[in-house]
Structures are given as C-alpha cells and as structure tokens.
Design a protein around this ligand. Structure first.
Ligand code: MLT
Length: 273
C-alpha cells in the first residue's frame, strides 16, 4: 500500500529556465541548510528547488514512518507540480537516502546525482534499536536532548574550535523540527532499504562528497558508496564533519558549481511528461 502523500513546502531560487537542481536536506534539519549553496548555484544560472521533507521545516508530517519510498514519492510529486522532467538531484545524509531511492525508482528523471555525507548501507541491528529508542525519547522529552547531541557530533573538531557559532545555528534548526517529524524520520531511516545492490545500475554522473572528520557517516561508508556507483567522483573535504555546506561553504559551492558544469544534457527545465 503506498503511503499517504504529503505536499512539500519548498523554495525556488535562480532564473526561470535555468538548469534545475533539487536539493534534499538531512535529518532533522530543513531547507535552510542549503541557503549559501543555493545562492551560489542560483548566481551561476541554476534553477534551485529546496523542499522541506515531510515533518521538517514547514512541511507537515505524514502518517507513520517517513520511509525513503514515501519521501521519494513526495519529491516526485513536487517535481511533477513544478514541471521538472529531468533534474540534478542532491541529497545530504537522510536526503541522500531519499535521493538513492528516487534514482532507483525513477532513473530517467535524474540527470545527475550529488550525494553528500551519506551512505548506501542500511542500519545494523544495534543502530536500528537506537533509532527506535531515540524516537521514543523524543515522544517523552521533546527534541532538546537530540538537538544537544547532534549539534555537537555534526561538526569537525576544527569547526567546533574555530566557528562555535555554527553549533548554535544547527541547534536552532533542529529545535524547529517537531517531535513527530523527528520520530517519523527516525522510524523511516530504521526501515530503509539496502541500496548497495542497486548502485551498479546508476547510470547518471554522480558526485559523492565526504567530510574527512564526519562522525555520523564514516569516510569508509562514503568511499564504498562512491566505489559502488559506476564512474562516480569522490571528493573529500578536509576539516569538515557532517555539514560541508556550513563548515566549508565556499569550497563546497565551488565544487558543486564546477561539477554541475560537466554534467552533459543538464539543460533548462522541461515540462514533465
Ligand atoms: C542525517 O544527517 O540525515 C542523519 O545523521 C542520517 C542518519 O542518522 O543516518
């Protein structure tokens, strides 16, 4: 049975008719994550679409776990509504899990894939139990303990030392997410499929971005992801944890802009179907 659809609240930047790029934020954040990156891509002529995934930002939750399949369907409906037949799809962490599901189900719609701080393997049993426990804790105690924990772990030691204000910025973003949105996403991630056997079928240009100091998605996972996708390019950013777009905004935006220029057939938006 397919999950109940959710209409994604979103922002659009950049010139109408610019080559379309859809960027999916990670857990438990919102489209604000992409602010600097999207502004840079818009300046280079791209049409950038930033959805808030279900239960995050200003998009309401759905019913039950926010599975990757349900979230990919939400993204597909948004793209249909915006008339985007084919576009570059980028995903950060959980957004990357959604992007991998999307390209598996709708390969013809993806002109290129950008996978940032994410992985293909599913949760091991222990990680799954921790997700269930965290979902239960959020129901009892709210989002604050998670915001405290994650805002620390998302940053590299260098960012924590040199740019402590970023931690507060993430904390505020997490605190703006509802307990229900957080719990549904945790349950959805716990149930996510193993994408590893599907990676070999990805035929679009793919860029994998890793943080050398990412505590949440170890470098080995990002490297295995890049090795699984034919001809994928792997870029590792030094002194970056789990948030390249904030920890190294200029190098990250430059990397994306330069890579996008190499994606052939990534032309202006076309009406869908
Ligand atoms: C994220 O940033 O989206 C999460 O850390 C992903 C995860 O918990 O697996």
């Amino acid at each position: 049975m397919s999950a109940q659809p959710v209409d994604l609240s979103h922002a659009v930047l950049g010139p109408e008719g610019g080559a379309p790029v859809v960027l999916l934020h990670g857990f438990p954040l919102s489209r604000d994550l992409w602010h600097e990156t999207a502004a840079a891509l818009a300046r280079s002529g791209h049409r950038v679409v930033l959805p808030d995934l279900r239960g995050h930002g200003s998009t309401p939750p759905g019913q039950g776990p926010a599975t990757m399949e349900a979230q990919a369907a939400d993204v597909g409906r948004l793209a249909d509504r915006l008339g985007l037949a084919r576009f570059v799809l980028g995903g950060h962490s959980m957004g990357g899990y959604v992007a991998l599901e999307f390209v598996h189900e709708r390969p013809k719609r993806v002109a290129g894939l950008v996978l940032v701080h994410t992985r293909a393997e599913p949760d091991a049993a222990q990680a799954r139990s921790k997700r269930h426990a965290a979902a239960e804790q959020v129901g009892r105690r709210g989002v604050e303990p998670l915001a405290q924990r994650m805002s620390e772990r998302m940053l590299s030691p260098a960012t924590r030392r040199d740019r402590p204000e970023i931690r507060e910025r993430i904390r505020n973003l997490i605190l703006a997410t509802s307990p229900r949105g957080v719990a549904d996403a945790l349950e959805g991630m716990a149930a996510r499929p193993d994408q590893r056997p599907r990676l070999g079928a990805i035929s679009c240009p793919t860029l994998v971005v890793a943080g050398a100091d990412d505590e949440l998605v170890p470098f080995a996972s990002a490297r295995a992801l890049a090795q699984g996708v034919p001809d994928a390019r792997l870029e590792t950013l030094p002194d970056v944890g789990h948030l390249a777009m904030w920890e190294a905004p200029a190098p990250f935006a430059r990397l994306l802009t330069e890579w996008l220029a190499t994606v052939s057939g990534h032309g202006p938006a076309h009406a869908s179907r």
